[in-house]
Design a protein around this ligand. Structure first.
Ligand code: FAD
Length: 290
């Protein structure tokens, strides 16, 4: 079933993983994937580094394994900023060869000192290109707290509308820690006539450092409640992990009750965290089947 159809029938639950760079990382990912078997997510997305061919083999290989071995639809991330049209064609051919027809089309993170190729300045250019080629369902990224480089939220939403109109089938948000900002974002996208499903990105942060890093890297405001909680348990590994997982579950319970189209869990290849969150919320997703 196409993902766009899945969204019509239920609240989607998906997971994001990244390709491992080391032997240890590979073992962790495989453990996570085998633990995910009990979860049966609607899809698993696999990241790809923005720069050149870095990790490309890993992304296609991991996506292929997820789809062909674990029997879960895989979504391959494709950042365009540092890729030529020929690079993208080659990558799409490779994905198609593995039966992977779901793409998350991205501009990609900017890399200091690396000059963009120029074929795909914005994600919308890549979306239009892949859409014209055909054969892929295309997801796109969006930012409830506004993208870091955007002048303001109005411009960002206008640009998002251009991207969706270029051929995006569904959106996945950057992680956020305050559901209220997601609800306000959804109101703005509704007003802008953006009608595709929007999955909420949830990142369980397992310690205070992770919360602060995430906030700094992605420009996401940390809620006082979240920070106070992490500070209270700081230094106690088990307690901060439990508190971080509970915070993510709390966000999901509220989002699903408010009719969110889907939850996209940034697992950081941590199968145990994904399992715990799934066990605590699975009945909510089961109850959402239409
Ligand atoms: P765009 O949609 O192109 O937006 C980028 C900026 O340009 C925004 O400020 C937007 O307002 C502006 N803009 C867009 N169109 C126009 C226009 N026509 N004129 C003027 N301004 C415009 N990065 C990776 O490198 N690899 C990954 O695997 C990866 N996975 C991700 C997964 C998710 C779910 C998310 C949310 C992000 C991911 N990223 C990844 C990060 C992403 O590449 C960065 O956030 C990047 O800075 C923006 O990518 P985008 O596709 O949203 O860009």
């Amino acid at each position: 079933m196409k993902l766009v159809e899945v969204f019509k029938h239920k609240t989607v639950f998906s997971i994001e993983v990244f390709p491992p760079k080391t032997e240890k990382g590979s073992l962790k990912l495989h453990q996570a994937l085998s633990e995910l078997k009990g979860i049966e997510p609607d899809f698993i997305s696999v990241t790809l580094g923005a720069g050149g061919s870095t990790n490309r083999g890993g992304t296609v290989g991991v996506a292929s394994e997820i789809q062909n071995h674990f029997d879960v639809p895989a979504v391959a991330h494709v950042p365009g900023l540092y890729r030529t049209k020929a690079d993208v064609d080659e990558l799409l051919d490779e994905l198609e060869g593995q039966g992977i027809t779901n793409i998350l089309a991205l501009r990609g993170d900017q890399i200091e000192g690396l000059k963009p190729v120029g074929d795909f300045k914005y994600a919308s250019d890549l979306v239009a290109y892949i859409n014209q080629r055909g054969g892929f369902e295309i997801a796109g990224a969006c930012y409830p707290e506004t993208h870091q480089e955007a002048a303001n939220s109005v411009n960002d939403i206008r640009n998002l509308k251009v991207k969706v109109d270029a051929g995006v089938d569904h959106l996945i948000t950057q992680a956020f820690f305050d559901n209220q900002c997601f609800y306000e974002f959804r109101e703005k996208t509704d007003l802008a006539g953006i009608n595709v499903p929007i999955e909420a990105g949830i990142m369980p942060c397992l310690n205070k450092k992770q919360v602060l890093n995430m906030a700094k890297m992605a420009g996401i405001p940390v809620s006082q409640k979240h920070l106070a909680m992490m500070e209270h348990y700081d230094g106690n590994v088990e307690a901060t992990r439990d508190a971080g997982i509970a915070y993510a579950i709390d966000q999901i319970v509220d989002l699903v009750a408010q009719g969110v189209d889907g939850i996209h869990l940034y697992t950081m290849n941590n199968g145990d965290t994904a399992q715990r969150i799934w066990k605590a919320t699975r009945s909510l997703f089961a109850a959402s089947v239409r």
